[in-house]
Ligand binder design. Structure first.
Ligand code: FAD
Length: 291
């Protein structure tokens, strides 16, 4: 099924994000997590697209295996980074060949990280909107895009971000998934701004439970922004006790997810980092009857 169809039901959507592993050990951890998540009967699972090299083949391989060996609906991410148009067409072809019809069309971050200036491939694409158009041209794909409750690091203001999202929807995006964030109000303001621009596609909030203190710094590097003080204060208050940090991280993510669903968000997209325990705990906290 397409994610567009899956999101049209009355029940909230729950989805889980993984990344392609680099070692046989990491591969085992990933498949163990995928099998555990499968038991929760999520709406879909997504596989990120690496910054380069072998992890890119890994994305196709993992996505294909999810399509063929599990009961899950896979969503394959794709970025414009270091790819010509022809290469992008061939990756989309590989997805189609693997039976994958759901693609998340992203620009990608500059290879040096979000702080570096973006440089497009000379024969490639400059913005995600062009990738939405390219994937659409190639066949009957269901296309998702990124959205940013806390503002994309390169955008001048939140209004610009909402306009870009509306333009991606007008170009054929069926739904959006947000960058991780910590304020429910920031999400609802993004939904309102998009809606004021006539953009009513479902916007799934991306949620990642913080499970250790080091992750805070890594996340700031990855997303180009710092965590709000209210969140870091709660985590740092228990910094000496790793189990307590984890419990507080799960509590923060559960409270946020609950506020989002109560306020009308169409679902939750969990970033798992390939370990399923924390996100399964948040999922369980949201619906005591399910597990
Ligand atoms: P775009 O929509 O192209 O936006 C990039 C910047 O350009 C924004 O500042 C925007 O305001 C501006 N812009 C866009 N269109 C125009 C225009 N027409 N004119 C002027 N300015 C414009 N990265 C990976 O490498 N692999 C992944 O698998 C991956 N998965 C992700 C999943 C989700 C849910 C999210 C939210 C992000 C993900 N990312 C991933 C990170 C993403 O690639 C970066 O955040 C990237 O910097 C922006 O991607 P985008 O698709 O939003 O780009």
């Amino acid at each position: 099924p397409t994610i567009r169809e899956l999101l049209s039901g009355d029940q909230p959507s729950f989805s889980f994000e993984f990344f392609p592993p680099k070692t046989p050990e990491a591969e085992e951890v990933l498949w163990h997590s995928i099998r555990e998540i499968e038991q929760l009967r999520p709406t879909f699972v997504s596989i990120t697209y690496g910054a380069g090299g072998t992890t890119r083949d890994g994305t196709i391989r993992v996505t294909e295996r999810v399509a063929q060996d599990t009961s899950l609906t896979p969503l394959g991410h794709l970025t414009c980074v270091s790819h010509s148009r022809d290469e992008l067409r061939s990756v989309v072809g590989a997805y189609a060949g693997a039976g994958v019809r759901n693609v998340l069309a992203l620009r990608g971050d500059p290879p040096g990280g979000p702080a570096q200036p973006w440089v497009a491939h000379p024969e490639g694409l400059n913005h995600a909107i062009e990738l939405v158009e390219l994937v659409r041209e190639l066949g009957d794909f269901c296309v998702g895009v990124a959205a940013f409750p806390d503002k994309h690091p390169e955008a001048t203001d939140l209004e610009t971000d909402a306009r870009v999202l509306a333009a991606k929807a007008a170009a054929g995006a069926d739904y959006a998934i947000t960058q991780m964030f910590f304020g429910a109000d920031d999400y609802f303001r993004l939904v309102e701004r998009a809606s004021a621009l006539g953009c009513d596609i479902p916007i799934l909030p991306g949620i990642m439970p913080v499970t250790n203190i080091k992750q805070i710094e890594r996340m700031a590097l990855l997303t180009g922004m710092a965590l709000p003080k209210a969140v870091t204060d709660r985590l740092e208050a228990v910094a000496e006790d790793p189990a307590a940090v984890r419990a507080v991280g799960i509590e923060i993510a559960s409270e946020l997810s609950d506020a989002l669903l109560t306020g009308g968000a169409p679902g939750i997209h969990f970033i798992t980092l390939n370990r399923s325990t924390a996100t399964r705990q948040v999922f369980r906290n949201l619906q005591p009857a399910v597990v």
